[in-house]
Design a binder for this molecule. Structure first.
Ligand code: NAD
Ligand code: MG
Length: 389
């Protein structure tokens, strides 16, 4: 496969994850449109090496520095540069060998490399929602300064983005984010208190990485997405609404000022929003399964149960108060999910841990980037201190 200059050169940060692997499937199906120039992974050196042999990027980065030797040796016979560690992710993100970063690292760890890519003028296909939850004001401002497009990969935000095509400056009245409700839709706290990790990892409609799957079960994912939507589409907090739509066919909607509602629909498949972000403004043909209107189906909508799924209340609070509170919420949530996945705390304990951390870390109204990093660290330390050893 020759590397033609007309192909869009992709840097795939987080290539071994759920989004990363599906992005490579999209690239496999469109070899004349995209080339892979950078692949990065945190721990999974074996898959990273396999991907590197197949896609022949210019550079690979393994996050875990202890694995550098192994990756370097495995790729010794091919002309691929190998780097390791957190700093390398940022350095590589600033390089000129690619056109678009697909930001598919999970969690706060995605922020620094994504920001570097923005600062060096690269288009961003953004899966890593935590980047905007933590420091949305700074990231979006730098993107404006650098005239860098940030195209959402998150299915709800991709839906809204697609609904906005052709609307110019027509004002939005409301954005309605749809949520499947996760595996515990309709359940009450007396059930949730006993939920274990393996059950929470079974999502009815989407097959995703562990962290976002737990976030979907607690509805924190939707809370993070409300904050993500605010920054991506320049909305006021009261313009963002959540509705439970268990079938995940309508991926989100916009209510415009004239009362008209636009939605984007399709079977739940992340390859579609990934492909759209990579090919925008064009649509390219795909063989993804089609929704079939001949099969009887009901599309239903209901209000989220805020008494049971209190994470959504905490996230809404962070959305409205702003400042460093979304950053603190995110950090505490990462610690809580990590602890739950290791069976260290229960399902409902996650919410308590996040709430107490939000009450503990001092509020900063307009944080600098450094202050965001400090708030993140402070929140992590405090949240971790609440988990009994
Ligand atoms: P995942 O856990 O499957 O993959 C995460 C990737 O990030 C892996 O390649 C891993 O090696 C890398 N990574 C993990 N920790 C890292 C660190 N500290 N430093 C550098 N790299 C690290 O996650 P995913 O489900 O693919 O999700 C990725 C992002 O996309 C998340 O922010 C998630 O919220 C968002 N997202 C995912 C989906 C989905 O369907 N999976 C949908 C919408 C949005
Ligand atoms: Mg989503």
């Amino acid at each position: 496969m020759l590397k033609g200059s007309s192909r869009k050169r992709i840097a795939l940060f987080g290539s071994t994850g759920s989004i990363g692997k599906q992005a490579l499937e999209v690239i496999d199906a469109n070899p004349t449109l995209f080339s892979v120039e950078i692949l990065t992974a945190q721990n999974n050196d074996e898959l990273l090496v396999k991907q590197a042999r197949q896609y022949k990027p210019d550079i690979v980065v393994i996050g875990d520095e202890r694995k550098y030797g192994k990756v370097k040796e495995a790729l010794a016979s091919v002309p691929i540069k190998v780097f390791a560690g957190e700093k390398a992710l940022e350095e590589v993100a600033a390089m000129d060998n690619y056109d678009m970063m697909l930001a598919a690292i999970v969690g706060f760890a995605g922020l620094r490399p994504t920001l570097k890519a923005v600062e060096s003028g690269k288009a961003i296909a953004l899966a890593n929602k935590e980047t905007l939850v933590v420091a949305g004001d700074i990231v979006m401002q730098r993107a404006v300064d650098k005239k860098v497009p940030i195209i959402p990969v998150d299915s709800e935000h991709s839906a809204i983005f697609q609904c906005l095509v052709g609307e110019g400056r027509n004002p939005i009245e409301k954005v309605v984010l749809t949520a499947s409700g996760g595996p515990f839709l309709g359940k009450k706290p007396n059930f949730l208190v006993n939920v274990k990790r393996d059950h929470a990892l079974q999502h009815p409609n989407w097959n995703m990485g562990a962290k976002i799957t737990i976030d979907s079960a607690t509805l924190m994912n939707k809370g993070l997405e409300m904050i993500e939507a605010k920054w991506l589409f320049n909305l006021q907090p009261e313009q963002v609404q959540v509705v439970i739509h268990p079938q995940s066919i309508i991926h989100s909607m916009i209510l415009f000022q004239d009362g008209s509602i636009k939605s984007q629909m399709g079977l739940p498949d992340m390859k579609l929003p990934i492909q759209y972000a990579m090919s925008f403004p064009f649509r390219i043909a795909s063989d993804f399964p089609r929704y079939d209107f001949k099969k009887p189906a009901t599309l239903s909508f209901e209000e989220p149960d805020l008494k049971t799924f209190r994470n959504l209340v905490l996230a809404t609070d962070a959305l409205f108060k702003g400042g460093n509170l979304p950053c603190v919420l995110n950090a505490a949530n990462e610690i809580a999910v990590f602890a739950f996945l290791r069976n260290r705390i229960g399902f409902l304990d996650m919410t308590d841990l996040i709430e107490r951390t939000m009450q503990h870390v001092p509020f900063i109204k307009s944080p600098t980037l450094e202050e965001y990093f400090e708030s993140d660290g402070e929140a992590r330390n405090f949240a971790a201190s609440l988990i009994k050893l």
